[in-house]
Design a protein. Structure first.
Ligand code: ATP
Ligand code: MG
Length: 177
C-alpha cells in the first residue's frame, strides 16, 4: 500500500468571507506593489506545525478537542511589513483570549513532543507578498473581527497557487456580558 503523503499543517483563524471582502476592497485601493493574497486565503496563524505524517493528525485533533478558549473581538488596525516584504494587518492591542489560546496550543504541542516556536507570537493577517511600503508601520482603517472559533488547516500548493483547507473547526465559547 502506498504510504500517505505528509500534510503541511497549521492552527489558524480563518477570516470570515464578509470581513475578507472588506479587507481586500480596502487593500486593493492602496497603491501597493506586490502579490496580493487571495481573498479566500486570508487567515491568522496561531501555530505552525510544518510537514506532518497523517498519523500525527489524531494528536492534533485531540489537542483541539481538549482546549477550552473563549470568543473575542480582534481589532485589526495597524499595517506593517514583516520579514521579506510581507504586508500585514495586525492588532495594535492583541486581545488576551487570543494570546491565551496560542499559549495553550504551544503548551499542548510541547506535550505532543513538538518543539514550539521560540519566537514571540506576532499576530498578523498577510495581505500581500513582495510588497514595498515607504512607511514600515502605520495605522490602517480598523477592521473588527468577531472570533468565534479556530481550526486546524492543511496547506497545499496547487497549480493556481497555495490553498488552505480547514480540516477541523472548534468553536470558542461565548463570554457572558
Ligand atoms: P507559500 O509558502 O506556498 O508561499 P504560505 O506561506 O501561505 O504559502 P505555508 O508556507 O504553508 O503557506 O504557511 C501556512 C501558514 O503558516 C502561513 O500563515 C505562514 O505564514 C505560516 N508559516 C509558514 N512557515 C512558518 C514558520 N516556519 N513559522 C511560523 N509560521 C509559518
Ligand atoms: Mg510559506
Amino acid at each position: 500500500m502506498a504510504s500517505e503523503k505528509p500534510l503541511r499543517l497549521f492552527f489558524a483563524l480563518g477570516c470570515p468571507p464578509a470581513l475578507a471582502d472588506n479587507i481586500c476592497s480596502w487593500r486593493d485601493s492602496l497603491p501597493l506593489a506586490g502579490r496580493p493574497v487571495a481573498k479566500d486565503n486570508l487567515h491568522l496563524t496561531l501555530a505552525f506545525l510544518g510537514s506532518q505524517p497523517t498519523t500525527a493528525l489524531d494528536g492534533f485533533k485531540d489537542l483541539g478537542d481538549q482546549l477550552r478558549g473563549t470568543s473575542f473581538y480582534l481589532r485589526l488596525d495597524q499595517v506593517q511589513t514583516i520579514g521579506n516584504g510581507f504586508l500585514c494587518l495586525t492588532p495594535g492591542l492583541p486581545p488576551p483570549p487570543l494570546l491565551q489560546l496560542v499559549d495553550n496550543l504551544r503548551t499542548g504541542l510541547s506535550s505532543l513532543g513538538m518543539v514550539p516556536d521560540s519566537r514571540p507570537f506576532l499576530p498578523h493577517v498577510t495581505l500581500a507578498r513582495e510588497a514595498v511600503m515607504h512607511q514600515p508601520h502605520f495605522a490602517s482603517e480598523a477592521f473588527e473581527w468577531r472570533v468565534n472559533g479556530y481550526g486546524l488547516f492543511r496547506s497545499e500548493n496547487t497549480e493556481s497557487g497555495v490553498r488552505y483547507d480547514e480540516l477541523v473547526h472548534w468553536p470558542l465559547a461565548a463570554t457572558s456580558g
